[in-house]
Every structure is written in C-alpha cells, then in structure tokens.
Write a protein that binds this ligand. Sequence first.
Ligand SMILES: Nc1nc2c(ncn2[C@@H]2O[C@H](COP(=O)(O)OP(=O)(O)OP(=O)(O)O)[C@@H](O)[C@H]2O)c(=O)[nH]1
Ligand SMILES: [Mg+2]
Length: 301
Amino acid sequence: MSTRAGFVALIGEPNAGKSTLLNRMVGAKVSIVTHKVQTTRARIRGVAMQGDSQIVFVDTPGLFQPKRRLDRAMVAAAWGGAADADVVVLLIEAHRGISEGVEKILEALREMKGKRRVALAINKIDRVESPVLLGLSKDMNERYDFTETFMISAEKGFGVQALRDWLAAEVPEGPWLYPEDQIADLPMRMIAAEMTREKLTLRLHQELPYQLTVETEHWEERDDGSARIDQMIYVARDGHKGIVLGKKGETIKAISTSARQEMEEFLGRRVHLFLQVKVRENWLEEAERYSEMGLNFKDGN
Ligand SMILES: Nc1nc2c(ncn2[C@@H]2O[C@H](COP(=O)(O)OP(=O)(O)OP(=O)(O)O)[C@@H](O)[C@H]2O)c(=O)[nH]1
Ligand SMILES: [Mg+2]
C-alpha cells in the first residue's frame, strides 16, 4: 500500500474564508474565524486524512498591501507558506469577483519561481447565482493557468469534498508527516491564546483588535484534571485597556467566559482562565511578541 502526504497552502485576500476552509477540512476548529479582515496572523497547519493520503493544510494570513511591520510580517508568512507547499489553493470570494487585491495576487503568483500547481477555489458560492460563477471562473482562468477550478462554500460545505479528493491525489507519494490522529501542530498554549483573541476581535470594534495581542503566560495542570490558564492581553494605549475591560469589567468578563467555554470544549475538561490586560505602547515593535505569534520579526523590516 502506498501512502501520500503533502502540504497544501490556502492563500487569498483577507476574509476569503481560508480559515473556515481549513477548519472544515480538518473537522475541528484549529484556526480562528471572524467576519473581520486580517484575523489570521501566522501560518497554521491542520491535518486531514483522505484515504491513504495525508493532506497538511496550511492556513495563511490574508494577502494585502502591507503598511505596518505586523502587516509585512503577516504577508511574508503567507507567501512563505505558498512557497513551501506542494499545492497552492487560491481562494476568492464569489460575490466580490476579481478585485484589485486578487489581481495583485495573480501578478505575484505569475512571478513566483518554480513551477507549482495552483488550484482556484471560488468560495462563498452560497451568495451568488450560477451564471455569475461561470463567468468568474472563465475570467480567472484567462488570467492565470490554474491546474483546476473548484466552486465551494467553505461555510456550508458545498463542493468541499471534490476539492479534498483532488488534493488527496495531488500530494506526492510518501510517508505520512504526522501521526494519523493529530489534527494541528500548533502548541496548545497558542491555540488557547488564539481563542481569546477571536473573542476579543468579535466583541471589540474598529482598529482595536488589530492593535492587541494575546499570549498564554502560564499553564498549570491540576490534580483534579482541570487546567489553570493565565493569559496576557497586550494593548498599545491606555485608552484601549479601558475598552477591553469595559464598564465594571463587564467586557473582559464576557470575553473570558466565552473563551473559557471554547477551551473546555476543545480540551474536553474544565479550565480556569485568568485574563490580564497590560499597556505596552511598543508591542508592535517588539521581537518577542512576533515570535509568540509565530511570525518572523525581521520579515516586518
Ligand atoms: N456566506 C459565506 N460566508 C463564508 C464562507 N466561508 C467563510 N465565510 C465567512 O467569511 C468570513 C471570513 O472567514 P475567515 O475564514 O475568517 O476568512 P480568512 O480568509 O481566514 O480571513 P483572514 O484570516 O482575515 O485572512 C467569516 O465571517 C466566515 O463565516 C462561505 O462559504 N459562505
Ligand atoms: Mg484566517
């Protein structure tokens, strides 16, 4: 019996649905999802088994015109993911069509060195009528030589199995890269920090989610089987601390409750979560914050 295994990078503009697709492929929530752009900050690997194939999906930050250090580090991480992959899947949003951002990505793909198979996945097909899809598929394939085109809804699951079957056959022959029962290779303390960041992003408005980061500082396994998790939320300004805490601490309390519930569900046991907020004006320029996020600080130079 011959096995197959390989890396499949999911790339696309922010909000295209890359993390939603990764989670669906893996069958568990390993990458956080929000309605806001720039949710994913680093590469997140999720492992899916399909017959004798092991498909290691690499979720990446969205591709956009970077302005700040964090932007640049995120975009570099995304292209790095594509460069290392056996197959690249470009996700675009059906209802948005070929945006300026998509044009830019196609340009970069054309310039990428080394021949690489790139599949197109037109996502969110639940939002448009089929004639629109056919036109979009044609226009995209005129612009780039995609190996294959798929029409999917990562959220509803439409068309996802066809993509999965195709990828299972595309990854190279070889031994599996992870144990069969492993679904992610992110350390648990990072997954837990991401869960809290998701709740913060969902609850807070405007630029604030972008300007904060969450780190798990301490993790203690208790004799009764529960875990005590201490996390630090770094914000850049004094005023932001007040917003995160909320009136009488209501906001942070609600965030803590929903993050804890998600951690408990994921771990299958009780969690005691303790959140703290610290003002650190310069955290966006601190190398340590980047390594904690799984990013390369120097990529932001
Ligand atoms: N209607 C619809 N919404 C979708 C679909 N797939 C994803 N979404 C929604 O699109 C939004 C963005 O999804 P994400 O998976 O976070 O997108 P992303 O590409 O990972 O975004 P970044 O991490 O910011 O680059 C969320 O609100 C999802 O629920 C889909 O097939 N149909
Ligand atoms: Mg994402």
